[in-house]
Design a protein around this ligand. Structure first.
Ligand code: UD1
Length: 416
């Protein structure tokens, strides 16, 4: 297992290129399964999660080539309609194969994802959506079996605008007979891009970026070529580092995907300058405390909650961070307290008494975004921090240590 060794409080100066978005590319990779031919996706980040998804596509029988960020998926050879437990348990997004395989082949067997580091994370909305489209959905020995050779358009209303359920159900509905309407659909940029890709493939989806998606079923989809949008969560992580330590420019970003964060960073005192696909951030001399409540897009993303808490440890007063999307996603809190932070947690609300100087210590990652928060904590702390179990960060960030080193941070990877 690898760990990061960080010597903190080094200024971050220069430019950093943001990679393609993990949460956009994972469903796009499964969308390729809907077409009988070769789909090409550009700017694919080389992450543990994209590698896991490649393995899953190969298991179901697709041919995959991945070179220099270009991914070719040949779905003309798909025969095995099973997503095994071994893969699904390491990455919940494996569940995204359900919609396309059910839609194209009328049958699929996907392992139940099970729990994860932050709560039970159910899949009931995904299953309800498939059932509404006419699929027969059963649980057998830990696997969901869904079958239905003649799916029919339906009205589906989610209790909560789930990203995963919206993507999965859209992918099943594009080949159903008739029109489906999804109400309370997710509006995250990752879902907008998935729908754009499906439309390029011949689907008829309207209402992109709104809470109501209308999908007129078509007979078949054809392969396409598409470039993945920039990763707003990776960009947000670098911007938050920049607010304390930086004078940095992010290349390949979309500011309109990050507006809630940019507003909060300005409230903290950072100077932000947006120019086309670049964002420049200059740290403030004093980070002001700013409360944040996470919400679905365009609200403040839950995937940046952990990093925001790391930033607030450096603020000149008390701040309150509430996560309304995932109520128990706070495993970074006791670890940041090991660095000398003063954070108390009550249910889904963290109270941070800022202004304590963070001091390096040995801390442990527990999930992707908690790892990012601890790396930020280490970069902002005095002295040496060791972050262990960093395999989590490799799931969602491409060469994060190289990107921070190039900006002047002292961070390197060692085996434990
Ligand atoms: C995706 C992202 C994840 C992000 C999350 C919220 C990917 C691969 N992952 O996860 O990084 O943190 O969106 O922005 O894109 N829920 C149910 N039943 C369901 C589905 C969801 O109750 O069937 C609940 C969840 O427990 C949670 C909320 O809905 O409280 C939002 O979850 P959802 O948007 O589905 O998250 P994911 O798609 O799993």
């Amino acid at each position: 297992m690898d760990k990061f060794v960080i010597y903190g409080q080094k200024p971050l100066i220069g430019e950093v290129d943001i990679s393609g978005a993990k949460n956009a590319v994972l469903p796009m990779m499964t969308a390729a399964l809907l077409a009988n031919g070769i789909t090409i996706i550009y700017k694919v980040p080389d992450l543990r999660d994209t590698r896991t998804m490649i393995r899953l596509l190969e298991i179901v029988g697709a041919g995959v080539e991945f070179n220099d960020g270009t991914l070719k998926i040949d779905a003309s050879t798909v025969t095995n309609l099973v997503a095994p437990y071994d893969l699904v348990k390491t990455m919940r997004a494996s569940f995204y194969v359900m919609g396309p395989l059910l839609g194209r082949f009328g049958n699929v067997k996907v392992s139940m994802p099970g729990g994860c580091a932050w709560g039970p994370r159910p899949v009931d909305f995904h299953l309800m959506g498939m059932e509404k489209l006419g699929a027969d959905v059963r649980l057998d020995q830990g696997y969901i079996n869904a079958s239905g050779t003649s799916l029919k358009g339906a009205k589906i209303k989610f209790k909560y605008p789930s990203v995963g359920a919206t993507g999965n159900v859209v992918m099943a509905a594009v080949l159903a007979k008739g029109t489906s309407v999804i109400e309370n659909a997710a509006r995250e940029p990752d879902i907008v891009q998935l729908c754009e890709m499906l439309n390029l493939m011949g689907a008829k989806i309207s209402g992109l970026g709104t809470m109501t998606l209308s999908i007129e079923g078509v007979k078949e989809l054809k392969p396409t070529e598409i470039t993945v949008i920039p990763d707003r969560i990776e960009a947000g992580t670098f911007l938050i580092a920049g607010a304390v330590l930086g004078d940095i420019t992010l290349n390949n970003v979309k500011a309109d995907h990050l507006q809630s964060l940019l507003d909060k960073l300005e409230e903290c005192g950072a100077s932000i300058n947006v120019e086309e696909d670049k964002i420049h951030i200059l740290k403030s001399n004093e980070v002001r405390p700013v409360n944040v409540t996470t919400n679905v897009f365009p609200g403040f993303p839950t995937d940046l909650q952990a990093q925001w808490i790391a930033l607030m440890c450096n603020a000149s007063g008390k701040s309150i961070i509430t996560d309304t999307v995932y109520h128990d996603r706070f495993s970074h809190v006791p670890e940041l307290n090991r660095l000398g932070a003063d954070i108390t947690l009550h249910e889904n609300v963290a109270t941070i008494n800022g202004g304590k100087t963070l001091k390096g210590a040995h801390v442990m990652s527990t999930d992707i975004r908690a790892s990012a928060s601890l790396i930020l904590g280490g970069l902002m702390a005095e002295g040496k921090t060791e972050v262990s179990r960093i395999y989590h960060i490799d799931r969602g960030y491409e060469r994060i240590e190289n990107k921070f080193s190039a900006l002047g941070a002292e961070i390197h990877r060692e085996s434990e």
